[in-house]
Write a protein of this length. Structure first.
Length: 183
């Protein structure tokens, strides 16, 4: 991730326009993870701009959901953490009416479609320095939102995420997401 984008994400997520995503919304959206005891997102902040949505989240992985502890943040956990912050960010976008293609969805509609209709089309990640899974953070930038009208009509979203810890640990990811069954 380039330094300009990192600076933009940091200042946007930490701006005075950012506000906390309510725990009751996080709890509802992340229930599928809590069910399996792998909710890693502790809390999150949210901010919308004219053409993007931004979020900042804090994470803790006490115990990996799929393997014995490796002692570091890994690729599977990167995707799980992206999903948790992404789902929460999109849900807040629905509640706040910040994502125009989803303005006719209620939060109930969103939750009903969350697992079956939000798909990762492509992903890439890069690990620069080991991240301590006990305490780390992430910034998410959701941009290039556009309706694709082909065999399936869907909302396509580009997502850039950056993870770090207090010891200089660092990882980044790019996710192309499709939301199906849009109103």
């Amino acid at each position: 991730m380039n330094a300009n984008l990192t600076s933009f994400l940091q200042s946007a997520a930490e701006s005075t326009d950012a506000f906390p995503i309510a725990e009751n919304l996080l709890g509802r959206v992340l229930e599928p993870y809590s069910y399996k005891r792998c909710r890693y997102l502790i809390d999150a902040m949210y901010r919308a701009t004219a053409d993007s949505v931004l979020a900042y989240g804090n994470f803790r992985i006490d115990e990996s959901a799929y393997i014995r502890g490796t002692g570091h943040f890994n690729a599977v956990e990167l995707v799980l953490c992206f999903n948790q912050l992404g789902y929460s960010t999109y849900a807040q976008g629905v509640v706040s009416n910040d994502i125009s293609a989803l303005r006719n969805w209620s939060i109930t509609d969103y939750c009903r479609n969350q697992l079956s209709s939000i798909l990762i089309k492509s992903t890439s990640s890069q690990f620069k320095k080991l991240i301590n899974p006990q305490k780390f953070s992430a910034r998410l930038h959701v941009h290039n939102l556009r309706i694709v009208d082909r065999t399936w009509r869907y909302l396509q979203l580009s997502n850039t995420i950056e993870f770090w810890d207090d010891n200089g640990g660092s990882a980044t990811g790019e996710f192309e997401v499709a939301i199906l069954n849009i109103p």
